[in-house]
Ligand binder design. Structure first.
Ligand code: SF4
Ligand code: SF4
Length: 383
């Protein structure tokens, strides 16, 4: 079956939405089994001898309590079920940018310990080859490890995002693009919609067999790296990544029609707006919707009437800035800025705003949360 047809086939597959109140191992395992009971057992997705890629979100080197990365207990619970089915597990991801010390990422996120408990190896996509594919905005290079896996189990985290406003199951697969190539795509396609075309193009080459979203504690505010943890208490499981993201967006109070990843998916023929055919199994969506969920500041600007945004263009802005109190002058952001517009001055990165494309890569990669989003006074008044 062609890849696009495979996505269309998955569209509107049901989503199991279940309570998962904490990351206690027994609670996570029980929530996961309850969700799979509503869909299909793990043995439906994983056969003996399958090479199974578990793809968590390992955006940056932060501990699980920061809610930036998929919680390691989710990884362990899923991994145990896969091993029970005779699957051979690989755990792999590529964080933002091209960090030098990947061991630190595995350790801080708790993935190293999770892999040890499962008795499996961790794998960095950076150390393996890629294959390239054409995409609407150019081409995408994808890790051979992901392309050659028999089964991909996608383990995203429910979070806000500075550029695409929400991030979840579809965007999590962007991590199969190794290292700096991800930042480079920001440079080629700085605006949300063109960049989202890349996201959808990558996703269409590595369609997960199953998606299990960690929404036990998600992230609100200026995600995906500098927002605040927010308790949601949910696990979402489905074959359809788009449908999981649609439901997650509703939990976050976002207007789905205006989300660039969905717009790009519609353009690519991978998604349609027919909202009445989806099916939620388990608990009702209303139990999880958070009316006071804090959106990223970019969402607030989106809500300003277009006529005001057009007429006051120069006065309405949001841009990254470094916080000298938190910055350790590690230069990670400088090394990974796709526009090379950051310079260390007196031990703090200064940004050349004439070149900055507001891609958010510096914010994502900073291990100290030392990059924040500065909003103009007019934007604050109108947002
Ligand atoms: S802002 Fe963050 S990533 Fe950049 S130099 Fe400072 S600590 Fe390092
Ligand atoms: S300064 Fe930050 S937001 Fe601006 S282009 Fe560089 S990495 Fe992107």
């Amino acid at each position: 079956m062609a890849l696009k047809e495979q996505i269309v086939e998955q569209i509107k597959k049901p989503v199991a939405l279940v309570h998962c109140k904490s990351y206690e191992p027994a609670i996570v395992r029980s929530a996961l089994c309850a969700a799979l009971d509503l869909l299909e057992p793990m043995s439906h997705f994983v056969k003996r001898g399958d090479r199974v890629l578990l793809k968590p979100n390992m955006l940056s080197a932060k501990e699980p309590s920061k809610a930036v990365t998929t919680h390691p207990e989710i990884l362990v619970a899923v991994g145990e079920l896969v091993l029970d089915c005779g699957g051979a597990i690989i755990i792999g991801d590529s964080p933002a940018g091209q960090p030098k010390d990947l061991e630190k990422y595995w350790d801080k996120t708790g993935f190293a310990l999770a892999a040890k408990r499962l008795g499996v190896e961790l794998l960095s996509f950076e150390e393996y080859g890629v294959r390239s594919f054409t995409a609407p905005e150019g081409h995408v290079s994808i890790s051979e490890v992901a392309l050659d896996a028999d089964v991909i189990i996608n383990l995203p985290k429910l979070k806000t995002h500075l550029l695409t406003r929400t991030t979840g199951a579809v965007k999590n697969m962007f991590g199969v693009v190794p290292g700096y190539r991800k930042s480079y795509m920001h440079s080629l396609a700085p605006d949300p919609l063109p960049f989202s075309r890349y996201v959808v193009a990558v996703y269409s080459q590595v369609i997960p067999t199953l998606n299990i979203m960690d929404a036990v504690v998600g992230m609100e505010g200026n995600g995906p790296s500098s927002g605040q943890p927010r308790e949601i208490g949910a696990l979402l499981v489905s074959e359809d990544a788009f449908e999981i993201d649609r439901i997650a967006a509703q939990i976050m109070g976002e207007n789905i029609a205006s989300l660039p990843v969905f717009q790009a998916a519609v353009e690519a023929g991978c998604w349609n707006w027919d909202e009445n055919t989806s099916k939620i199994l388990g608990n009702s969506l209303e139990e999880f919707i958070l009316p006071d969920f804090e959106p990223p500041e970019v969402s607030k600007i989106e809500r300003i009437p277009p006529i005001l945004k057009r007429n006051l263009k120069r006065l309405i802005w949001i841009r990254p800035r470094s916080n000298p109190k938190l910055c350790t002058a590690c230069e990670l952001c400088i090394d990974n800025c796709p526009e090379s517009c950051m310079t260390l001055i007196k031990d703090v990165p200064e940004i050349d705003y004439k070149k900055c494309i507001k891609c958010g890569c510096c914010d994502e990669i900073c291990p100290e949360n030392a990059i924040y989003q500065e909003m103009s006074l007019m934007a604050k008044l109108l947002a």
